[in-house]
Write a protein that binds this ligand. Structure first.
Ligand code: SF4
Length: 135
């Protein structure tokens, strides 16, 4: 039996608490608070204590799904991203850039949020970008 911990950041909210994921034989089995982290200093809220549960959940979406004939069907990432880009550009061309809005998430990193606002402003051409933490 092999046991190890992986240091990472909680993805549930924007506080960014540090934690250790407990891995046993390549399976995620638990979460521990990181005592040396400057944000949470060894504490976690109830969501943080259970962050490992969604990673292994069989209800988690792992692949893009596209609705076809009333059912969701699995597609590859290239196809899904191409479809989204094509639809967004079609809407922008027909109705203008401000017909599109982007909503980002506290579960994303600062870098990911930065990239989304770049996509909104530089590619689509709108300032319609907001973040779930403001809702
Ligand atoms: S442990 Fe709780 S407070 Fe800390 S980042 Fe996760 S959800 Fe936010």
């Amino acid at each position: 039996m092999e046991y190890r911990t992986i240091q990472t950041t909680c993805t549930y909210c924007g506080c960014g608490c540090g934690l250790l994921l407990e891995v046993m034989d390549e399976g995620l089995v638990g979460t521990l608070p990181l005592k040396t982290h400057p944000i949470n200093e060894g504490t976690l809220c109830i969501k943080g204590w259970n962050v490992h549960e969604f990673v292994e959940s069989d209800r988690r979406l792992r692949y893009p799904l596209v609705r076809k004939d009333g059912d969701f069907q699995e597609v590859g990432w290239e196809d899904a991203l191409g479809m989204v880009a094509s639809r967004l550009m079609g809407i922008r061309d027909k109705f203008g850039p401000d017909s599109i809005a982007f909503l980002s998430s506290a579960k994303c990193t600062n870098e990911e949020n930065y990239l989304l606002q770049k996509l909104a402003r530089a590619i689509v051409g709108t300032n319609n970008i907001d973040h779930c933490a403001r809702l």
